[in-house]
Ligand binder design. Structure first.
Ligand code: FAD
Ligand code: NAG
Ligand code: NAG
Ligand code: NAG
Ligand code: NAG
Ligand code: NAG
Ligand code: NAG
Length: 655
């Protein structure tokens, strides 16, 4: 079963230069452009950012329009980006933080969380964050998209589950695990959620640590619903989560491979320029004449260069850098731009506002009774050099097997507030949210600068009202607990009410921007964290945890019973970002602080769309990479329809 493609992909991920002869139809990395002198005079489409969403769009546009040219401009390099648990790492979860493949941010101090700062990463390489992420490949639920249209109104109906599901399906090739693996680990899935043939891969790994069933069994004993498949629109309960890896080699599958390197070389209309920064966009002939000119800076020579697009410019530089490009261009909140000394080109208060992320505390415990001898291997086996040598050899087999085929977590609990807390508590939290709106005090929870913009306040009110309804829905998760192994668990709060900002570093505006999460700035968030911790502590009483003598380490009973002490504990153990930032150029109507419409076109500007995780109105109940691919597919579909239509309108053969 050593398929040709598998070998090509393995070679690519190892960073080898694939020769055209050896690779058949795959695109050798050396076709990548490194200097603006290698570019064409102009392009039909210019995409800023060669990440998860941007490369998906580039692949689809070059496929649909053989006679139209596409340029992707990427800040980073082509880099071999290993999976999250690939050799030679010998420590569980030992991350590759600090390598050049990442943007690394420390957020501003969070005054409501002891002035602590949060670490946030994003991919800075061909493939973007899909090339560096945790490879956990879950999808949002139907309720998440209903939430969007409850906030944004009827215009967002095209982004409901039915509007997105075909693109989720198209965006990935899911490979079923073997019967032997299924028998061993009990994976379940439903093929009706899949069906795509795109070379972006997901599968279940043929390896799990032996203590893996403990938590799943404990959750089952708490009577949570066990879902057969969570990618089909319903994920309240216990889920198996596929990971984004090649099913044969178990190497990371990412946009740089699947939507660039794997693309047929005969598609000569697809250019990728690396090591160049999109600094800003300009409208030299006025805002009515688009698309804008794209200004690019070489990271090698530091020279500036203008790229022009004939059809459209698409910003896909991610949640932090897409708003940075706009702010540098004078497109953003007028009061901020004025303070920053940037001349106003177009007032759009939502740019760089509405920053959200998944956050939350952790709990830990000890087992005081031994595991059965049959419960082997555990991650501690990675301390044994023989075990590691075997694991490394197994990883290089085709198909790959053993520990290194496992990324991080492969199962998770998703639960609604009303299922885990008393219905009185769930209702009182929703009531508080509605009261903030009716008392007209919601603005006081927004960043000071945003309070001046009625659109942002109206948008926040709409979010609070829609989230109040969401929190009351027993099918709408507020908590995720991912699980793999060990004696600690993270409680991921999925739908925070606190909103932050992305702003330029004014002493160095071309550098990475400054993030302010404002975590827990809306105090209702803390009530939800408390409910989450109190629910999850119930696992210690389950027969499964008792069998191994589970004893709580943190928090303690005493802390957990006291609101103030538990809030303090939550702050002490807070993870500010689970690396799922979003929403800094939200798809909402202008009157609600939106930056783009349902067609992803920027309000009030010609020839400009945004397509990346900044367009989400609010965070969904999922990690974001599967959604980023689906957004890329849906955006490409909209762009293709528009330009296909234009060509047809002018008579065939014109495009
Ligand atoms: C460490 C980490 C772990 C994660 N774990 C998971 C996980 O396990 N599962 C999951 O589903 N999701 C995970 N995510 C989130 C998910 O991968 C991202 O949300 C998603 O890939 C973002 O896609 P995007 O298209 O919005 O942006 P990206 O994929 O980040 O692409 C943006 C690209 O634009 C480039 N760029 C930025 N500025 C410029 C500029 N000015 N000019 C040119 N290029 C520019 C960047 O270098 C980057 O390549 C994780 C993210 C990170 C960082
Ligand atoms: C956080 O920092 C601000 C500004 O430096 C300070 O006024 C405040 O007291 C600090 N808060 C805490 C909890 O340390
Ligand atoms: C690549 O494209 C060429 C030209 O369109 C086509 O003949 C060839 O079959 C394609 N190769 C693959 C593997 O799809
Ligand atoms: C790029 O175009 C802008 C006008 O939009 C112009 O001001 C600038 O000088 C140009 N830069 C280069 C390097 O040509
Ligand atoms: C490594 O593999 C060899 C050969 O299959 C086996 O005999 C040995 O027990 C394995 N060692 C460990 C620690 O798994
Ligand atoms: C802003 O840029 C300056 C100059 O590069 C740097 O010293 C400073 O640390 C940056 N500030 C932040 C908050 O990142
Ligand atoms: C839990 O285990 C750790 C490591 O063995 C030990 O240091 C700690 O004292 C234990 N804590 C409790 C509460 O049992």
């Amino acid at each position: 079963m050593k398929s040709f493609r598998t070998l090509i992909l393995a070679a690519l991920i190892l960073g080898l230069e694939a020769s055209p002869v050896a690779t058949g139809s795959a695109r050798p990395w050396r076709q990548v452009k490194r200097q603006t002198s290698q570019l064409r005079d102009s392009y039909d489409f210019v995409i800023a950012g060669g990440g998860t969403t941007g490369l998906t769009i580039a692949d689809r546009l070059t496929e649909a329009f053989p006679e139209k040219t596409v340029l992707v401009i990427e800040y980073g390099e082509i880099q071999p980006t290993p999976g999250t648990f690939d050799p030679p790492q010998t420590v569980w979860g030992g991350a590759v933080i600090g390598q050049a493949a990442y943007w690394t941010f420390n957020s501003l101090p969070n005054p409501d969380v002891k002035n602590k700062t949060g670490l946030v990463l994003a991919g800075k390489t061909v493939g973007g964050s899909s090339a560096v992420n945790g490879m956990f490949f879950d999808r949002p639920a139907q309720v998440d998209f209903d939430l969007w249209s409850n906030i944004g109104g009827a215009g967002l109906k095209s982004w409901d589950w039915d509007g997105l599901f075909p693109f989720f399906k198209k965006s990935v090739t899911f490979t079923e695990p073997t019967a032997e693996v299924v028998q061993k680990y009990g994976y379940t899935w439903d093929m009706s959620a899949y069906g795509g043939t795109t070379p972006i891969y997901s599968t279940f790994p043929p390896f799990l640590w032996a203590d893996h069933p403990i938590m799943r069994n404990a959750w089952k004993e708490l009577k949570v619903k066990v879902q057969k498949e969570c990618a089909g629109g319903f994920k309240d309960g216990l889920c198996w989560i596929p990971i984004s890896e090649n099913p044969m080699t178990a190497r990371r599958s990412h946009a740089g491979i699947g939507h660039y390197a794997a693309v047929n070389t005969s598609r000569s209309n697809y250019d990728l320029l690396v090591r160049h920064q999109v600094t800003k966009i300009t409208y030299p002939n006025g805002l009515d004449t688009g698309p804008p000119v794209v200004q690019v800076k070489s990271l090698v020579t530091e020279k500036l260069f203008n790229v022009s697009a004939k059809a459209e410019v698409i910003l896909s530089a991610g949640v932090f850098n897409t708003p940075s490009i706009l702010l540098r261009s004078g497109i953003g909140p007028d009061n901020y731009l004025s303070t920053a000394g940037i001349s106003l080109v177009h007032h759009l208060p939502g740019v760089g506002s509405n920053l959200q992320d998944h956050s939350g505390p952790g709990i830990s415990w000890n087992y005081t009774l031994p595991f059965e001898a049959s419960m082997w291997p555990l991650p501690s086996a990675m301390l044994d050099p023989d075990f590691v040598a075997n694991a490394t050899a197994d990883f290089d087999k085709i198909p790959a097997r053993g520990p290194y085929t496992l990324a991080q977590s492969n199962t998770a609990l998703f639960l609604s507030l009303s299922k885990m807390a008393s219905s009185t508590l769930a209702r009182s939290i929703s009531t508080k949210m509605r009261q903030i709106v009716s008392a007209k005090t919601s603005a006081s929870y927004l960043p000071r600068e945003s309070r001046a913009h009625p659109e942002l306040v109206a948008g926040y009110d709409a979010q609070l009202l829609a989230l109040a309804k969401f929190y009351e829905n027993p099918l709408a998760p507020t908590l995720e607990v991912p699980w793999a192994t060990g004696t600690a668990a993270r409680l991921i709060f999925l739908h925070s009410l606190s909103r932050g900002t992305v702003r330029l570093n004014l002493s160095s505006p071309l550098d990475q921007p400054i993030l302010d999460f404002r975590t827990a700035s809306n105090p209702i968030d803390m009530l939800v964290h408390l409910a989450h911790v109190r629910f999850l502590r119930k696992i210690y009483q389950t027969p499964t945890m008792q069998r191994y003598g589970a004893v709580e380490v943190a928090p303690s009973e005493e802390i957990a019973n006291d609101d103030a002490k538990l809030a303090d504990y939550v702050k002490d153990t807070m993870t500010f970002s689970f690396m799922h930032p979003c929403c800094t150029a939200a798809m909402l109507p202008p009157k609600k602080g939106g930056v783009v419409g349902p067609d992803l076109k920027v309000h009030g500007l010609k020839g400009l769309r945004i397509a990346d995780m900044s367009v989400l109105p609010v965070l969904p109940s999922s990690h974001l990479s599967a959604l980023a691919y689906a957004v890329g597919e849906k955006a490409a579909h909209a762009i293709i329809e528009e330009w296909d239509g234009k060509a047809k309108g002018k008579g065939k053969g014109k495009r």
